[in-house]
Design a protein around this ligand. Structure first.
Ligand SMILES: [Zn+2]
Length: 87
């Protein structure tokens, strides 16, 4: 049972891990090469955690799964993360 949400929901989950505004971070998909802001991805929340998918080709970009007092962060679908530093 999956619950589809927009990328801003994903950003909320990732905000627990990363100290910068994740809605503005851009991820390049390993499947199709498209680069999108995390806030523009498709996000699915279910019992196992959060799955962030490429809006173009549906590749799983990021999985976030809290378990056993840890957060398992799987970035296998991301070729590059672009993080604005403001500099
Ligand atoms: Zn893609």
């Amino acid at each position: 049972m999956e619950n589809k949400l927009d990328g801003n929901a994903a950003a909320g989950v990732l905000q627990e891990i990363f100290p910068f505004d994740m809605t503005l971070v851009q991820a390049t998909c390993i499947g199709c090469g498209v680069t999108k802001e995390i806030g523009a991805t498709a996000t699915y929340m279910h019992g196992m955690g959060t799955i962030i998918r490429c809006p173009s080709c549906d590749t799983v970009l990021i999985r976030v799964a809290p378990a056993k007092g840890r957060i398992f962060l799987d970035l296998r679908g991301v070729r590059v993360l672009q993080i604005k530093t403001g500099a």
